[in-house]
Design a binder for this molecule. Structure first.
Ligand SMILES: Cc1cc2nc3c(=O)[nH]c(=O)nc-3n(C[C@H](O)[C@H](O)[C@H](O)COP(=O)(O)O)c2cc1C
Length: 191
């Protein structure tokens, strides 16, 4: 079997985003067990049906990246007990059929969810809303384990970068579980 491909989608566009740093920590943990790539999507326009056809170049690019992935790993912040609008906008674009002949690209894709926030909620509410959305879009959600990290600032180094302490072993467990989850789905497709 060739190496599985995991695409990380981070729900924050902030340069020093803790969720982006969490995704990079996951990439390191995954190591050579999978190809692990972060999706860059800050050039995606607001969803507007007036510009839907033909799809903007940035939308075509992210659709291709999602199509090529064996699994999607979301790393989402929580904004007002919800996931951020930039992530909803991206998913709205991805939710539309590619063409008359080609369906939307999220259906059937294995999905994992993690999130880190500075407050006590730790993104659990945001994650629940995301599960509702991506289940509606027929993604294959790995609900256990999910990773919720509150109080991000308690896990920073002296330079203010994320340096996971208490949460590291949970991220390791989730990475291993998601790789197995994807591999099982791929084996089922082959057999
Ligand atoms: C508009 C807004 C709303 C927020 N609402 C919540 C919230 O509901 N729960 C929470 O835990 N943190 C909340 N936060 C704080 C975020 O957890 C914090 O800004 C976090 O660093 C964002 O993730 P990032 O570092 O990946 O950008 C909010 C932040 C913003 C900007």
């Amino acid at each position: 079997m060739s190496k599985i491909k995991i695409l990380a989608i981070v729900g924050s566009l902030r340069k020093e985003s803790y969720n982006r740093q969490l995704a990079l920590a996951a990439k390191e943990i995954v190591g050579d067990r999978a190809d692990f790539k972060l999706l860059e999507y800050d050039d995606i326009p607001y969803m507007n049906e007036d510009i839907e056809h033909p799809a903007p170049e940035a939308v075509k690019r992210v659709r291709e990246e999602v199509k090529a992935a064996d699994g999607i790993w979301f790393f989402t912040p929580e904004y007002n007990h919800f996931f951020p609008g930039v992530l909803k906008n991206l998913i709205d674009w991805l939710s539309r059929p590619v063409s008359d002949k080609e369906p939307q690209v999220l259906a059937g894709k294995p999905a994992a969810i993690s999130g880190i926030s500075t407050a006590m909620a730790g993104t659990s509410l945001s994650q629940d809303h995301l599960v509702t959305l991506i289940s509606f879009l027929n993604m294959d959600v790995m609900n256990v384990p999910r990773l919720v990290i509150p109080h991000a600032r308690q896990q920073l180094d002296i330079e203010g970068k994320l340096a996971l302490k208490a949460s590291l072993s949970y991220l390791e467990k989730q990475a291993t579980a998601f790789i197995s989850f994807i591999e099982k789905r791929l084996r089922n497709q082959c057999g």
